[in-house]
Structure formats: structure tokens, C-alpha cells
Ligand binder design. Sequence first.
Ligand SMILES: [Ca+2]
Ligand SMILES: [Ca+2]
Ligand SMILES: [Ca+2]
Length: 495
Amino acid sequence: MKPFKSRVFLALAVLTFVSHVFASSHREAPITALDRSADITDWYAFVSYDHPDRVTIILNVDPFLEPANGPNYFPFDPNVLYEMKIDNNRDGMEDIVFQFRFQTEIRQPGLFTGFAGGINGIPPITSLSGEGSAGLSLRQTYTVYMVKNGQSTCLSCGQTLYAVPSNVGPLTMPNYQTLFKQGIYSLGNSVRTWAGTADDPFFIDLGATFDSLNFRMGVGGVLPPAEDADDTHNYAPDAVAGFNVNSIVLEVPITMLTVDGQLHNSNDKNAVIGTWGTTSRNHITVRRSPHRDREYGPFQQVQREGNPLINELIIGTGSKDRFSMDQPKNDAQFSSFFLNPVLATLFSSIGIPVAPPPRTDLLILAQYEPPICPGCGPGDTGPIADMLRLNTGIPPTPLGSQKRLGFIIGDSAGFPNGRRPIDDVVDIASRTVAGILVNSTLYGTAVGDGVQLNPEGYGTTFPYIMPANSGRNSVHIGPGQAGCAGDPGGICPTN
Ligand SMILES: [Ca+2]
Ligand SMILES: [Ca+2]
Ligand SMILES: [Ca+2]
């Protein structure tokens, strides 16, 4: 186990009371901490910045992929069913499901590594298929199906989709950006897909967070106004910097998702969809050494993610596996967790004013209601269900005008109206739990970890993520190392 992971593991083991607090969903539940390829790290859904008639959905799995970790790097698990689910009639049950399955081939079985180039007569890898792909020994293809009204439709059939491998290094993959772009596939009807290893867009000062909320900024993690207003620099080290993640990205027309197949303005309740991602495995695994395992039986859900907030900040550790494996429509069983969230108590104990329970304001994350669904009346809320709700009638905020604090400061195309890679979920979620939506004057303390952005940047167009970090040449950012503003030499604080 690597030192970094050891530290994370220790923090998880010791600080069980905050173990699920912030870390997006990187190893947050007991079962998925042991089943990393089925571990959903993050779930995003937003109206495409440059196609306001489409929605982009991102399902990220398999946390903390160290880019140098050869020789096999990070294939998707062919035994996992990866799904994106959409509720479009407010009953908390899926109406449309996009299913992804991966297959692995070993094209150079005599080779010691999954990827080679510029060595032993093998040319550098410049293509996912055909000429220039010979060194791509461990190669994955994938299929995409859509299930709607009980009918399963193959969206990928007729072409071969290749997953983009991790960025091994410049000798093996001299123009990785080209491979990244080759992974974009049009499936017809304005549907596009991309799958592969990418930079993890999530950002957080994980070490400070797990040190019992020992943030480095100000007193008790309260950002000074100038820093809080700065969306362009980090003031604390991003613990996820330089790590990769496995990413599945899908872009579909909004008309493919709404209940009646139409576009709606933001005041129409039918503009709002509920979204979540799941991973599942077969009911039975039979071990047959020295032969491969065999998988049998219907799929069983391993994990789900809708809002990063509810999964991470609200559900108690003892209920987390049950939460992971259950359906959103059954989430009323967990309602006590968010009507009186433990995290609010923690904030209160370090001097941050918090709204008193019961916290019915947090129900906007679990039900269809204003302000995310202004067209929803009392009869439209649906069951308490953790889904990332997206009002498809709210146009995307142009790239230069997007704010990391999203919806809570008026950038209404940001979390918790859907979620974009730019959204600073740690800060938004902290402030939401404190009660900023109840009263922004009383409970609007600028809680934050000082990490404001993904140091690897953001994609400006589909697939909106950044290429994987280089195995040979990428670095991480820690306390005392370069990568932060505000200190001489851009050194991240150790305080
Ligand atoms: Ca439904
Ligand atoms: Ca990153
Ligand atoms: Ca932050």
C-alpha cells in the first residue's frame, strides 16, 4: 500500500465519525472501499456548455489511480455493469437507463506490460485501432445500451468503441491528446460518448478534512473574503491533484430524457429530471482456479450516487452500505439523517453558526421542489429520494462566467442544480449543511477548505474532463509543495 493511501486509510479508520464527510465519494462506504472498480467517486449531470439542447452525464469510478502504476494500469471491470439512470416523472424510479459494459483483449500476450511503444520494433501508440495501435496490448472496448419503457436499444452497435487508456508516458504515447480525442464517439441522434482513464476532476484538501476538519484557512476553515471570491487559485493543496480516475461520459439531447420528449422552460416541472449512477455485479461468483471466475445470475447493485452531499455528509457510516445498495425511492428510511445532520453539530462545535433542526431546507436535495423545480407544487415533490436533480430549462452559464459556488451565489446552472466539474462541492455542501439556504446572513459563513479548483483544469467542450495525467511525468501536490497561491513561491501551507 502506498504511503498516501495508507494515510487515507488511517484517516478513514480512525475518524469514522467524519469518514464520509467530504471526500466526494472516494472510498466512502465500507463495501466499496474493498471493491474499488465498482466504487463510484463522482456523479455529474449538467446542460452542455456549448450545446444547450443537450445534457452531459459523467460517471467516475475507481479512485486515486496513481498514473505511474503499471504494467496493467486501470482497465474498467468487465464484470461490473455501469449504469446512468434518469427519473423524468418525479416518482424516484428510473424511466431511462444507459448501460455500459466493457470487454478486455490482450493483443500482445508475450509482452510484459499492457502498453509499449518505441521499443523492440513496436512503434509508439498513436491510435486506438489500426496503424499505430500495435503497442496497445491491453485494449478495452465497450457497449452502450439504452433501456426505455422496457425496451433495450443498442446505441453503440455498428461501430467499435474503444476506451482510452491511461497516459503511460511520452515515449509510449507521444501525443496523448490525440488518443484522448479519438475516444469521442458519435452514436447518432446527437448522442456522444467517451470512456477511459482521465484526470480526476474532483478537488479537496483531504488531509485537512480528515484531520477532524482541521482546515488550513482562517479560523475553523472560514475563508477570508478575498480568497473566497477567488475562483482562479488554490490556497491549500488538492490531495487529488495528479491522480487519475476512470470516467464514462455521455451526452444526449434533452428531448431524449424528458417525459414527453420535448424541451421545456425552467418554470415547467417537466424540465426537471432526477439522475443517479449505479454499479452492479452478478448475484453469484464461482471461483475456478486456475481458470477464470464465472459470474452468474441477475445483477445486484453495489453502489449508487446522486447528490454528493447526501451520500457524504448525511448518511451515518453504519447505514452507508445499505444506502449504497438500496434504491432512491426508499430513501425515506434515511430521512432522520438529514433532518438533523451530524455534520451541522460538528460545525457548531467549532463555532460555525448552523440552522436548528429539523432541517427541512435540505429536502430540496431529496425532493422535487423550488428553487430547482419552480414549477413543482406540493403534489409534485415525489418520495424522498437522493437524486441529482437538473432543471434542463436553465441554460448553461458561459464558461468564463461560471462560479465555483454555483447555485448558492446565483450561478443557477451549478450544483445543486445538477453538478459541473467546476462546482466546489466541498464548500457548497458545507455551507448548505450550515444552513445558507435557510438564512444566508445568519448561516452563510464562508466555510471552505481553500481548494477552489482542479489544478489540471477543465474541459471546455465534450467530454468536459481533462486527459489522464502522465505516468512518467506527473506529480502530486502536498503541503509544503508548490501549487498554491497566497504564499511566497506558491508553496502550499503546512499550518
Ligand atoms: Ca420515474
Ligand atoms: Ca485533478
Ligand atoms: Ca473548496
